[in-house]
Design a protein around this ligand. Structure first.
Ligand code: BGC
Length: 785
């Protein structure tokens, strides 16, 4: 009977009679397929099809790379069994495939949505789900099957090069954001891969770095977001990270991949490695890492030899083959979906424009925003005003058709800008780009492999152009307001440098001089941040009249910014990370690779040495990551976690708490007390009894909600739920989640520092035992209160 179904399914595929909305009908007789495969077939099937030049030549099989050109990889096709290869493609800010194809007139551009950080800063999970749904539609219509996203590693340190792809320093926000994204994408009948599981918190030597983490910090901080995402969205796949945790590669860790992910959290999908992650194929199979992408010859050999020698039980291999067959069965490709290559890019441009505006964070506003009727001519400073950065580099990049710069955005919004300044900036930027291309060409001739890698790296942005006082005064006379954009670019392989956190000399001078001269002329200055990660603000934030963090806002960036500047949309984003005064203030900065050789990872592959913060990193700040540290140790910050202004103001009243069964229900009424429409994010933190003695963070986020758009005078009562079990901390001695008995405070805040109401309720002691796994293999000097 099952065999008949395979044939029916494949007939549908071949004759194309599966309609676009056909329910899943084709099924795989998994047992029969597995029993018909040779050991070599199975080993190929679990390692993917390889990558020319990187996998070991005889590991590269077939040519499935043309299924969707530019996709990161495919599974291995089992032609004799009529199991097609399925397509796996990046990434978090939208589908990453090649935009053009040789000999083909059609284009395959994808929508560049805002970076993950911006999405998280919306705190609007239905909106994030909508963005996910739009991304998923592009995945499906361009013929891909699994999107290699979302990325939800914790922003442990401000300088991690991939923070722009990530959501937060807080696992609750990260997990909730990821779950919403996954639910949106997967509603299209395509898969996701939540990544990078786990503790991939630095890029320096990422393939060989050993993250040494206490069991408590692992459970409370680094695994918690994944746990939430797995339980609330059932992602089709999970991608293990490159790094080791406590001496074992995550992709080779049975404790992580089987015991925690599957046994404790009930995960039933497929686990895959990150690209070329881990070493020992047999060990990865044994651990339960089902798919090794894109596959290496040595992994193939290790699996075959492992089974032959008895080191790897064939049942483990069969189990992984089975899981990947189960994955394939669900995919549009197996179901014979006839993709159109025509996703609704127009509709998605609207989705990205609106979502980007919602995640921007208003940091300061001294009556400069929104622009009033009197603002018509805008003087635009900063390279990225003219060359807006839509997103970061590497696998998180998207091949978009266009990016709306601030110039375009302002023009679309009915503002004028100085054409003279525009020409000057555009010429300067073009010259800088030419110089970089020349540099790359020269490198390509000398060292092609290096040049290819360097092309993938973010590179450096040109210094800011400088103006004389006379030039600035003349510009100020013609303009009604000045906008200065400060840009940053970062991406895979590299952590940001300390210099990238601080303003450069040319940026600082520009801000100082523009503010000085415009203020003398009685005009205001707005600073816009077109960045992917936090920067230093304390030393200069007093100068401008307003600061808006626009993040890297996707391809409609300029329009989204102008929607906020003009007041068409009131900003309602809040920070999902702390902005420290100095980079060194973050507790993790004591143990982070600072200004290391960027390409150490590429030159050092497979070498596990003993250089601190390169070969291994001690997570000695323990659970004191982000606001958990700043709040508990009273360290001043520039902008706290959860902070964000609006064009209106909100009053909080009638805060109540009720205990209902094993949960607490907290409600509060939020009233728009200002004069413009707006939405408010309500944050709920808990403070455990005797937290200082118990060495617990003074505040921990346990729930949040966003109001609807409230008109002036309008109110909404927001209800937040916290389960009693969620009050628990991880107790290493008992290897259990433990709720201490006593009185807990429930703090309702507009940010972690702006607490509007404090409620309290008691909790009974409870304990949930888990497996005593993933212990650190070194003694660490953990930070304690
Ligand atoms: C990245 C992953 C990505 C993969 C495939 C790796 O370098 O770390 O996030 O999904 O490449 O492109």
């Amino acid at each position: 009977m099952k065999k008949q179904l395979i044939i029916l399914g494949m007939t549908a595929l071949i004759c194309g009679c599966a309609s676009n909305n056909a329910p899943t009908t084709a099924t795989i007789d998994v047992e029969e397929v597995v029993s018909g495969l040779s050991l070599e077939d199975k080993a190929h099937f679990v390692i993917g099809t390889g990558m020319v030049g990187f996998s070991g030549d005889d590991a590269v099989i077939g040519s499935t790379k043309d299924l969707v050109p530019g996709a990161a990889g495919t599974t291995y096709p089992l032609d004799s069994m009529q199991i097609p290869a399925i397509v796996l493609a990046d990434g978090p800010a939208g589908l990453r495939i090649d935009a053009t194809r040789e000999g083909d007139e059609q284009t395959y551009y994808c929508t560049h949505f805002p970076i993950g950080t911006l999405l998280a800063c919306t705190w609007n999970t239905p909106l994030i789900q909508e963005v996910g749904a739009a991304i998923g539609q592009e995945v499906k219509e361009y013929g891909a099957d699994v999107l290699l996203a979302p990325a939800l590693n914790i922003m442990r340190n401000p300088l991690c090069g991939r923070n722009f792809e990530y959501y937060s320093e807080d696992p609750f926000v990260a997990g909730k954001t990821a779950a919403a994204y996954v639910n949106g994408v997967q509603a299209n009948g395509v898969g996701t891969s939540i990544k990078h599981f786990a503790a991939n918190n630095q890029e320096t030597n990422r393939m060989n770095n050993d993250a040494k983490i206490s069991q408590r910090a692992l459970r409370e901080i680094y695994l918690k977001g994944f746990e939430i995402a797995v339980k609330e969205s059932q992602p089709w796949t999970v991608m293990t990270s490159y790094n080791y945790v406590n001496g074992i590669y995550t992709s080779e860790s049975k404790d992580l991949v089987q015991t925690i992910l599957r046994d404790e959290w009930g995960y039933e999908g497929t686990v895959m490695t990150d690209w070329f992650g881990g070493k020992d194929g047999a060990k990865q199979m044994w651990a339960g890492n089902d798919m090794l992408q894109p596959g290496k010859k040595e992994q193939f050999d290790s699996i075959v030899a492992g089974v032959q020698s008895g080191k790897l039980d064939v049942a483990d291999l069969d189990r992984s083959v089975t899981r990947t067959l189960n994955l394939i069965e669900k995919t549009p490709r197996y179901q014979g979906y006839k993709f159109s290559n025509k996703p609704d890019l127009k509709a998605h441009a609207d989705v990205t424009r609106q979502s980007a505006a919602e995640g921007m964070v208003l940091m300061k506003n001294e009556k400069a925003l929104p622009f009033g009727e009197n603002i018509k001519n805008v003087a635009l400073y900063g390279n990225t005003s003219y060359d807006f950065i839509a997103g970061g580099t590497g696998s998180g990049n998207v091949n978009h058709a266009y990016v709306i710069s601030l110039v375009d955005g302002l023009k679309n919004g009915g503002y004028t800008i100085s054409e003279e300044m525009k020409t000057a900036y555009e010429t300067y930027i073009a010259d800088c780009k030419k110089a970089r291309e020349k540099e790359l060409e020269e490198m390509a001739q000398k060292d092609p492999k290096n040049a290819m890698l360097v092309k993938f790296l973010p590179g450096t942005l040109p210094a800011e152009m400088q103006f004389t006082a006379e030039e600035l005064a003349a510009q100020a006379e013609k303009a009604d307001v000045a906008v200065i954009t400060i840009g940053r670019i970062s991406g895979e392989f590299l952590d940001r440098k300390v210099a990238d956190f601080n303003l450069s000399a040319s940026e600082r001078t520009l801000v100082e001089q523009v503010c000085d001269i415009y203020h003398k002329a009685g005009k205001q200055v707005v600073v816009l941040l077109n960045i992917g990660g936090v920067i230093e603000t304390t030393s200069w934030k007093a100068m401008p009249d307003a600061i808006l963090c626009a993040w890297q806002a996707g391809q409609e960036g300029g329009n989204s910014v102008v929607d906020v500047l003009s007041g068409k949309q009131s900003p309602s984003g809040k920070f999902t990370m702390t902005w420290p005064v100095a980079f060194t203030d973050a507790a993790s900065s004591k143990n982070f690779p600072i200004d290391q050789d960027p390409r150490i990872d590429m030159t050092n592959q497979g070498q596990k040495g003993d250089v601190k913060n390169v070969d291994y990193t001690l997570y000695e700040e323990d659970v004191y990551v982000g606001y958990r540290f700043f709040e508990s140790f009273n360290v001043p910050v520039s902008y706290p976690f959860g902070f964000g202004l609006s064009y209106t103001t909100f009053d909080y009243s009638d805060a109540k708490i009720a205990q209902k069964g094993d949960a607490y229900e907290i409600s509060v009424t939020v009233k728009n007390s200002g004069e413009r429409e707006g939405k408010e994010v309500v944050e709920l933190y808990i403070s455990a009894p005797d937290n200082k003695v118990a060495n617990k963070p003074v505040k921990e986020l346990k729930a949040f909600a966003k109001t609807k758009q409230l008109k002036p005078g309008e109110s909404e009562t927001v209800t937040l739920t916290v389960k009693a079990a969620d009050l628990a901390s991880f107790d290493e001695t008992a290897s259990a989640w433990v709720v201490d008995e006593g009185e807990y405070q429930f703090l309702i805040g507009a940010s972690v520092q702006d607490i509007k109401a404090t409620l309290s309720a008691t909790a009974k002691a409870q304990q949930t035992k888990v497996n005593d796994v993933m212990k650190p293999d070194v003694k660490m000097n953990l930070l304690k209160r």
